[in-house]
Design a protein around this ligand. Structure first.
Ligand code: PHE
Length: 339
């Protein structure tokens, strides 16, 4: 056996294989072909045994050719087996009756609440502005009259990004940016994300959303603030009562918090309102004259009000969601309940 002769034999074997496999119509006869060509006593084995007397060099080249032949036969046989099986199973099965429904996306309840509040505020003449989430430390604190020793400066309450930069811990720095860039009248709302290093539980997330409001002009008074917030509460929750309580923020004087009567129990007392009948929804107040001074406004010329509300909180009250974590899980079954 020489190499030339072997090549000739290989090509003849391939021809024979070609005509054999062409007529195979069932798995049994295909099995026979497996045995006939690559089985233990098959034709490939016969050919392989003929090269044992060749020189080492020739053995190597012929060996390679025989290996290629084996690969060729094996892949053809496997392919034929797959085709045959598919044919016997009646081809690829598609169940055209299988129920199919395309699920359309929908707006997240948090953003519907945002939209709703913004629409109400726009109708009241407020313009939307935005500020950066990575904020100058001095806009987040100093300009807002938050002294260095105030606990919110502490690293536990604010994320520090780099020297002089923080992840804003509230949307109030947008007040500062707006007042630094223009003179009153100013009537803006600033929606956006805020960050605090809180541990996640049913009521806290380290990232949440706020909406800041600011109205500055000559002769803006506390009744303007109360009127505006009452309209907002009514339009958001329907017929609710509102109540203002004295509070404290360094950037407003006087400061207050607004409660709405519990939308769930209608003041009868339930776990959501902690049996008090009232739910706190926002912080507000008349802009502290010190803030006007910090942004370079003339003394005692302007007055204004500001408020800040938490969107998650409002969404939870509105849709009676017990746990804030539902709002970030993106569980479609949960989200489907809204809209
Ligand atoms: N920035 C305050 C907070 O995050 C809310 C607030 C805004 C209070 C504007 C008064 C005026 O708690």
């Amino acid at each position: 056996m020489t190499r030339i002769l072997l090549k000739d034999q290989i090509s003849r074997l391939k021809d024979q294989f070609g005509s054999d496999i062409a007529v195979v119509s069932n798995l049994d006869s295909l099995d026979e072909l497996f045995r006939k060509y690559i089985g233990r006593n098959g034709l490939l084995r016969d050919l392989t045994s003929t090269i044992k007397d060749l020189s080492a060099e020739e053995k190597r080249t012929c060996g390679t050719e025989l290996n290629q032949l084996k690969d060729f036969l094996t892949s053809k046989l496997e392919e034929a087996k797959m085709t045959l099986k598919r044919k016997l199973e009646g081809g690829e099965k598609i169940d055209y009756t299988y129920p199919f429904s395309a699920q359309t996306g929908r707006e997240h309840p948090l953003y519907s609440t945002f939209e709703e509040i913004i629409t109400i505020m726009e109708r009241l003449g407020f313009e939307i502005v935005e500020g950066p989430e990575i904020e100058k430390e001095e806009y987040n604190f100093d300009f807002l009259n938050i002294p260095k020793e105030h606990p919110s400066h502490d690293i536990w309450n604010t994320f520090y990004v780099s020297e002089g930069k923080v992840l804003r811990s509230h949307t109030s720095p947008v007040q500062v940016r707006t007042m630094l860039s223009k003179k009153p009248p100013i009537k803006i709302v600033a929606p956006g994300k805020v960050y605090r290093p809180d541990t996640v539980d049913a009521g806290h997330l380290p990232v949440f959303h706020q909406l800041e409001g600011l109205y500055v002009d000559e002769n803006v008074t506390l009744p303007h603030l109360k009127g505006t917030l009452e309209v907002l509460a009514m339009q958001l929750f329907g017929e609710v009562e509102t109540k203002f309580r004295a509070s404290f923020f360094p950037f407003t004087e006087p400061s207050l918090e607004m409660d709405v009567s519990c939308v769930i129990c209608k003041k009868k007392g339930c776990p959501t309102c902690r049996y008090s009948g009232w739910i706190e929804i926002l912080g507000a107040g008349m802009v502290n004259q010190k803030v006007f001074k910090n942004v370079g406004y003339p003394e005692n010329k302007y007055s204004g009000f500001a408020f800040g509300l938490g969107i998650e909180r409002i969404t939870m009250i509105k849709y009676q969601i017990q746990d804030i974590r539902y709002l970030i899980e993106n569980n479609f079954r949960f989200l489907k309940h809204f809209i």
